[in-house]
Design a protein around this ligand. Structure first.
Ligand code: SF4
Ligand code: SF4
Length: 239
């Protein structure tokens, strides 16, 4: 497939499935047949993936992107041989990094879950072709990736204010809101990609969705037997 379609989840899934290295081959930059220039997207995605690999303790050398034309068979052979040699030197995934199998899977699962949030936050950079390839090592920095996680906000539905109108659940792009008729709605934090659509969607008259600051603990949801909505202007035992 076109290198422009290779995405972060493909890379992390390959590592989760046990490969020791991932190689992406794309057409020469600036020679894409389409106005989308997907190979520039592939380059930016790879640079971001390498930073994310560093964050979870994996050697970023296990991921490589190279650009070549279909007629450059010798170039293809040379770069793949070189990559295979490098991966053989690194050895099995996790070994040189000192991460055991279970821990590795946990880290890869964790970062994969965060991909939608990461893509929202880095969408502009991911989609902007690099004009100067000398800047590729600084397009995404380790500090920037640390900030992405340390400044991560959360969204929370206040059970006292939710009126179960279901608007937020219909707008949530990833089905992260537990929604049932006449039941207080609840955000599943491990599914939420922090897009903020629920905050925008909740009618002002209810104002039930709150954006929590980075590091602020999300209050636990009410127990299941206490999720019936008390309509505004009614007491619980009126119904
Ligand atoms: S912020 Fe709200 S709408 Fe967006 S993913 Fe999270 S729960 Fe869904
Ligand atoms: S939009 Fe607001 S009031 Fe309606 S279900 Fe969602 S959180 Fe509750």
């Amino acid at each position: 497939m076109c290198s422009g379609r290779v995405d972060l989840p493909h890379v992390f899934r390959a590592f989760s499935n046990g490969v020791d290295g991932v190689f992406i081959g794309g057409c020469h930059l600036g020679e894409c047949n389409y106005i989308t220039h997907g190979n520039f997207h592939a380059l930016n995605m790879t640079l971001l993936a390498k930073r994310l690999m560093e964050r979870i303790g994996l050697n970023p050398g296990r991921l490589r992107i190279e650009f070549m034309s279909a007629g450059e068979g010798i170039v293809f052979a040379d770069v793949t041989n070189d990559f295979v040699k490098e991966i053989k030197e690194l050895g099995p995934l996790g070994e040189i990094e000192g991460i055991d199998g279970d821990e590795l899977r946990t880290r890869l699962d964790g970062i994969t879950k965060m991909v939608p949030y990461i893509k929202i936050m880095k969408n502009e950079k991911l989609g902007t072709p690099l004009q100067n390839l000398e800047e590729k090592d600084t397009l995404f920095t380790a500090e920037e990736i640390d900030r992405l996680f340390s400044e991560m906000i959360s969204y929370y539905i206040d059970p006292e204010k939710c009126q179960a109108c279901m608007t937020c659940a219909r707008r949530c792009p990833v089905g992260a809101i537990i929604s049932a008729k006449n039941q207080i709605h609840i955000i599943e934090q491990d599914k939420c990609i922090r897009c903020g659509s629920c905050l925008e969607a909740c009618p002002t008259k209810f104002g039930a969705v709150t954006r929590l600051s980075p590091g602020e603990a999300v209050p636990p949801p009410p127990p299941e037997d206490q999720r019936a909505v008390v309509r505004k202007g009614k007491k619980a035992d009126d119904s």
